[in-house]
Design a protein around this ligand. Structure first.
Ligand SMILES: Nc1ncnc2c1ncn2[C@@H]1O[C@H](COP(=O)(O)OP(=O)(O)OP(=O)(O)O)[C@@H](O)[C@H]1O
Length: 304
């Protein structure tokens, strides 16, 4: 079996710019999806492949997540490597978004949501009561399924977060906006219309402006929840190229339903099923040498 596409993009050399920045407001509401069949839930053990010896950015150990009485995630144990792309794949309702949204505590805004176990970003205990959520979200940016630019100009979208928390001169802000838009590979397309509404851009351009807005605030980790699901194939290709380039500088976690996308952009892949991580390892292993039948069936399209 082999449905892996080769990694077709080479990373570019990244700038080493470092910024002191702050968070963006939360703008998107969670969408509940299908309810899991409790009886058919598999055991919570994870098959882990030989994992390259790299620094860990995010560590989970026996992590459980609940919505009221419903347990959405069961004993998740994962080490997400630093400065790599980790893909979360699995059928609808298996808990991918739930986990993504715990990484920067976005689930705090869901009244029934709670979590227990270990969820650590470097030395930071994400679930601890004393954790500064503002600071956490400064480290962990999120990009959503549908591009969600603010009803403002392109420039003001990108400058929004930095303006809240940084005292920059006009020229410093111009520089930061340009740097962010360049980093998000959309500068050439928007440089002559920075004062025009971001909502007037194409979907793919809007998504790249949203990525620029996220990186303008200086995160170390980028969470992406199906960032291409609302985009056409050409825009999707543009975002995938961008993810590949950003991985040199950011730890990226991406939820995707697109198996080809997962195999193209991810270094590591975790296959989720009914609230468990069934199998986790280098993407090539998951797609070409899965050890679990359920993984093989999923990546070959037998169910989904
Ligand atoms: N706010 C909520 N309240 C109650 N249950 C929820 C809520 N959000 C998600 N769920 C439930 O938690 C489980 C996991 O949902 P989640 O959205 O994390 O899955 P997913 O794998 O990301 O699905 P999809 O691929 O469809 O986005 C599902 O059974 C879902 O119905």
């Amino acid at each position: 079996m082999s449905n892996t596409l080769p990694k077709n993009k080479m990373p570019t050399t990244s700038e080493k710019t470092k910024m002191m920045t702050d968070q963006l407001p939360l703008t998107t509401a969670i969408t509940p999806s299908q309810v899991t069949d409790e009886k058919s839930r598999p055991s919570s053990s994870t098959t882990t492949h030989q994992v390259p010896d790299t620094k860990t950015a995010i560590e989970l150990d026996k992590f459980n997540a609940f919505y009221g009485d419903f347990q959405a995630l069961h004993g998740i144990t994962l080490k997400i490597p630093d400065k790599q792309v980790t893909g979360f794949i699995g059928p609808s309702g298996c808990g991918k978004t739930t986990l993504l949204r715990w990484i920067n505590r976005m689930n705090d805004i869901v009244p029934t949501a709670r979590a227990e176990g270990k969820l650590q970003i470097h030395d930071l205990d994400v679930l601890a009561k004393g954790t500064d959520v503002v600071d956490l979200r400064r480290q962990v940016g999120i990009v959503f399924q549908k591009p969600n630019p603010f009803p403002k100009s392109i420039y003001d979208n990108v400058a929004y977060g930095p303006r809240l928390h940084l005292k920059l001169s006009r020229s410093e802000m111009d520089e930061l906006v340009e740097w962010s838009l360049r980093k998000a590979a959309v500068w050439d397309e928007v440089k002559d219309r920075l004062k025009k509404p971001a909502l007037g851009l194409s979907g793919g351009q809007q998504q790249r402006v949203c990525i620029a807005r996220t990186i303008a605030t200086g995160p170390e980790i980028l969470l992406m929840d199906e960032p291409c699901s609302a985009l056409d194939p050409i825009s999707t290709g543009g975002i995938e190229d961008l993810i590949y380039e950003l991985r040199e500088q950011y730890t990226i976690v991406i939820v995707t339903h697109n198996m080809q996308q997962a195999s193209r952009v991810s270094d590591m892949t975790a296959f989720f099923y009914q609230g468990n991580v069934v199998e986790y390892g280098p993407t090539e292993d998951i797609f070409t040498r899965p050890q679990e039948k359920r993984t093989e069936d999923y990546v070959t399209g037998k169910f989904g």
